[in-house]
Design a protein around this ligand. Structure first.
Ligand code: ZN
Length: 189
């Protein structure tokens, strides 16, 4: 099955991994500095009212989530059925970022953060949505969500099955439907 969003997911996935790695190293560095010079951070906390420990924690969580999302996007870029879970993942992460940015709006540089924080999820969503859309339109997948009634036992069953699972009677619709799908797909590709 074709996955029209695969290139978007590949590029944004790589960027997510890169920014995640940078964020992780940054969080690690901050963590080390907090331990080496706690008084500096106590002073910062006093001056800006920022809890550095909490900020470091937020950064750790975000950078790990970035790396995991990037890997998931790359690994599943050619599987349209993963379009929806990927969209949900990136939206949750964007909400988390929005929350963190709001919390630290006094000390965070918005020009850089807006670009990474909002352009990247937007592009990732485009890729995931393209795949999800292709999955929704896929005729074989559609057939799985359709039921037919057996003409022998009259019970409903999934339209893509060869035989009725209740009595074993052959699905009379299947061969022509599947044949037409095959040619339809070849025509559009
Ligand atoms: Zn039947």
């Amino acid at each position: 099955m074709n996955a029209p969003g695969k290139n978007f997911l590949l590029v944004t996935g790589i960027l997510y991994i890169i920014f995640g790695a940078i964020g992780f190293i940054g969080a690690l560095g901050m963590q080390t500095m907090v331990q080496a010079a706690p008084w500096v951070f106590a002073a910062m906390q006093f001056a800006f009212g920022v809890n550095i420990g909490f900020l470091v924690g937020l950064l750790f969580v975000a950078s790990i989530a970035y790396i995991v999302l990037g890997i998931c996007g790359i690994v599943h870029r050619e599987k349209p059925e993963y379009g929806k879970p990927l969209m949900i993942f990136v939206i949750i992460l964007a909400i988390y970022e929005l929350f963190a940015a709001f919390l630290y709006s006094d000390i965070i540089d918005f020009s850089i953060l807006t670009l990474i924080g909002f352009a990247l999820p937007a592009l990732f969503i485009v890729g995931a949505y393209k795949n999800h859309d292709a999955w929704e339109r896929d005729p074989v997948h559609k057939l799985k969500n359709t039921t037919v009634n057996c003409h022998d036992c009259l019970l409903p069953y999934r339209a893509d099955l060869k035989n009725c699972p209740h009595c074993g009677t052959e699905n009379p619709n299947k061969p022509p439907i599947m044949a037409s799908i095959k040619t339809d797909q070849n025509d559009t590709e």
